[in-house]
Design a protein around this ligand. Structure first.
Ligand code: FAD
Length: 714
């Protein structure tokens, strides 16, 4: 359906296509000549040498560790604490947090207390990759020892210091003014130095947050514009914005609201940037917001008031399987409008989140690649595509990977019309060397600006990126890894399409094998959401009526359940499990029906309703699986007093399952399924508020093979 806010066809591409199909296409792209490959090797080697500091270079994880005396486990532990403290809103709570973590317990014995928050900190991962930390050491243990030695107040001061150091490494300035001043200082030694300022802050939770971020972007644009002077258009500074900072409901389910409220805000900022002839880039965020982001970007970009300005652009993530399709879409948009657009190609900074979310949502496949070499391969394929689309698209290659840089440099030739990009605090040595070797290649620095309060999300991404053992930056910093190993091409790593998917990352459906995970719905996938909404809409209103049972009726149900027990308790466990598994499959298939019921009777939102149906499905499969396992092994179920007895394997009799209104399907089904699997018969008593959902659930269980005599609804 045409959208008045966006006259162009919306972006559409399969959300999570099969890895091997993409690999087959990427591996079939024409290969580079031997001469080209030799030049790539030579450029990449020189860049790696610079990163490793063989010529007195700088940059890299180890340098950061050295610079901040963090190459000790004590220093790292302080950084871990500092990272945790960024989550704490005020100084008093911060002090209490430190007391809580360090003020008690015997820390000399590390295992006595452990805190997942600290052990899993991304800063600690940095130390692991740099081998500063030995297996078994924990930040809390280390910090406890320091606290014993120097006392808590000193630890508190040192932690604050660590927080500042971390901030300074990755953030150019706390205010746009200080950042601009620091950028001006940096200008001298590096010619062609360009900046894109990023006002820290994302994921607005409230309208006030969004308004604050808007003001901060607007003020930054004014300050950057005023400082831009008379530089050439491509050398002018820019700003990067995050759509999630500008709207508290920036999510696919709120599309209508987002289009009417967020588009005008972004357009307002873009117009301000245009008046200064600045660059303006929309950062790439999570995969489930990709389609929505392209709607917003398309609507803003198409606005006639922006005609004649070449600075508008967006970031695209090569780890997303849809990256190539996004580039085609953006190119088509720019062609129709006869305008230039800038496109920053990144690999993507939310990989862990994407994987976890996909698993949590029970999707059929991952929207991102699961092997790093696939991302690298796709990065180069996208780079080729972008370079061929010059000058309609102005490509910006943002990477700290020497091999990716060298490959893009080779593919780009000397024709210009593109730039490299790096993050402030990273890639300095690499790009200084590249500039020495290829003075015509421009590099822009992405420079975060902001206070500690807004630093956390950005910092965690950077620390995770540097700490990951597959990260190029971490590998390049490790002198024990031969340069040749860093030059292995992604196509050599992947080799054949069947190796495109990471075998250690099962598909979400297979995560709990032998139990099949419940299937979810990705709202960020417009086609899937539209289908679901249509199916929910198509459900007929429930016709049933509920009456409160009388005491006599309840007594009859109990008597019937008691009679039914003789048969059901002797039914084979496998038969009981099969019926529950059939029920799970039916529930999954009838998800729209149950969502409609959960919405009309239970007042659930669509996302809560999807989760609830899934939970009911999981309960059925879980009890079926556990029951089958325990009965098959002849393993006794623990009795109520803890003792076990094989006789207890049999059901106890007729059970009454009384369930609450707030999870009228999930808890209801869970209680009933557990009782049934154990061989009990059930009298199910739903909450008065939600009897129709219960009636449908019981009918479904009967349909799946639970005998009427074993399950009674009151
Ligand atoms: C100027 C600039 C701007 C940026 N803007 C954005 C932005 O708007 N949005 C954004 O998301 N990121 C952004 N980034 C961050 C960027 O995505 C990361 O810096 C980048 O992924 C690191 O890539 P690399 O080539 O430097 O390092 P490499 O070490 O070569 O690559 C690391 C990347 O590979 C990918 N990867 C790692 N493991 C796997 C795996 N198992 N399977 C598949 N892929 C894997 C991940 O993307 C990971 O970040 C920006 C970076 C720069 C330099």
């Amino acid at each position: 359906m045409p959208d008045p806010a966006n006259p162009f066809p919306p972006f559409s591409a399969p959300y999570s296509p099969d890895d091997s199909e993409i690999a087959a296409t990427l591996l079939a792209l024409p290969s580079l000549s031997a001469e080209q490959n030799a030049r790539i090797d030579s450029t990449a080697t020189r860049l790696i040498e610079a990163v490793r500091g063989e010529d007195g270079g700088f940059g890299g994880v180890e340098d950061m560790l050295r610079e901040f005396s963090l190459s000790t486990k004590e220093g790292l532990a302080l950084m871990v604490m500092a990272e945790a403290l960024l989550r704490v809103p005020d100084a008093a709570t911060a002090d209490r947090f430190i007391e809580d973590k360090l003020g008690q317990g015997d820390f000399a014995h590390h295992r006595t207390r452990s805190s997942a928050l600290l052990v899993n900190a991304s800063a600690w991962a940095l130390g692991l990759s740099a081998r500063v930390i030995q297996p078994g050491e924990t930040p809390q243990g280390t910090l406890g020892l320091i606290a014993k030695r120097i006392g808590l107040p000193a630890v508190r001061t040192a932690t604050r210091q660590a927080m500042r150091l971390m901030g300074n490494h990755f953030v150019l300035g706390e205010t746009i003014e200080s950042a601009l001043a620091r950028a001006a200082d940096h200008d001298a030694p590096h010619h062609h130095h360009r900046y894109s300022f990023d006002m820290l802050g994302e994921g607005a939770r409230t309208v006030d947050d969004a308004a604050r971020y808007f003001e901060s972007y607007a003020a930054a644009i004014a300050a950057i514009g005023a400082a831009a002077g008379d530089r050439k258009p491509e050398d002018r500074p820019g700003i990067s914005i995050k759509l999630s900072a500008l709207h508290p409901r920036y999510e696919a389910l709120s599309r209508t609201r987002v289009m009417s409220e967020l588009v005008p805000r972004v357009l307002d900022l873009a117009r301000r940037a245009k008046t200064h002839g600045m660059n303006f880039t929309v950062d790439a965020e999570e995969a489930d917001r990709l389609e929505l982001s392209l709607d917003v970007i398309g609507a803003v970009f198409a606005d006639p008031s922006l005609a004649g300005w070449d600075g508008f652009g967006l970031a695209v993530q090569a780890y997303q399987k849809r990256a190539g399709a996004v580039i085609d879409h953006v190119h088509a948009l720019a062609e129709r409008l006869d305008r230039r657009i800038t496109l920053r190609l990144v690999k993507g900074a939310y990989w862990d989140t994407e994987i976890k979310r996909t698993q949590e949502r029970g999707l059929d496949g991952y929207p991102v690649f699961t092997r790093k070499a696939m991302t690298d391969l796709n990065y180069i394929a996208c780079a080729r595509k972008l370079l061929a689309l010059r000058p309609r698209i102005f490509p910006q290659f943002a990477t700290h990977n020497a091999l990716s840089v060298a490959t893009v440099a080779e593919l780009a030739g000397d024709g210009g019309g593109f730039e490299f990009q790096r993050l402030h605090g990273m890639g300095d040595a690499l790009y200084t060397r590249l500039h020495e070797d290829k003075p015509s290649f421009a590099c822009r620095t992405y420079a975060p600006v902001g206070s500690h309060r807004d630093l956390l999300a950005y910092l965690v991404r950077r620390l995770l990126e540097n700490g990951a053992n597959s990260s190029f930056v971490a590998l390049a910093a490790d002198d024990s890894i031969p340069v040749a190993a860093l030059l292995e091409r992604p196509q050599q790593t992947i080799r054949t399409p069947d190796r495109a998917h990471n075998p250690r990352l099962p598909l979400p459906r297979d995560m709990y094998l032998p139990r099949i995970n419940s299937r979810g719905v990705e709202f960020g996938d417009r086609a899937a959401l539209d289908d679901l909404r249509a199916a929910i809409h198509g459900q007929s209103a429930p016709q049933a009526q509920a009456r409160t049972a009388t005491a006599e009726q309840a007594a009859i149900a109990v008597a019937l359940a008691r009679t039914g027990f003789a048969f059901w308790s002797r039914t084979a466990a496998d038969t009981r499990a099969n019926a529950l598994e059939r029920a799970a499959n039916l529930l999954e298939r009838r998800m729209p029906r149950f969502i409609a019921l959960l919405q009309s009777e239970g007042g659930k939102t669509i996302d809560d309703a999807v989760s609830e149906v899934r939970e009911a499905v999981d309960f059925c499969r879980y009890y079926a699986g556990e029951g089958r396992r325990l009965f098959a092994q002849g393993q006794p179920l623990p009795g109520p007093t803890g003792e076990s007895n094989t006789l207890r394997l049999r059901g106890r009799g007729a059970m009454v399952a009384v369930s609450p209104w707030n999870f009228p399907l999930a808890i209801f089904t869970g209680q009933v399924a557990a009782c049934l699997m154990a061989g009990n018969t059930v009298i199910a008593k739903p909450a008065e508020q939600t009897p129709l959902i219960a009636a449908d659930a019981v009918a479904l269980l009967h349909e799946a093979g639970i005998p009427d005599s074993a399950l009674h609804l009151v």
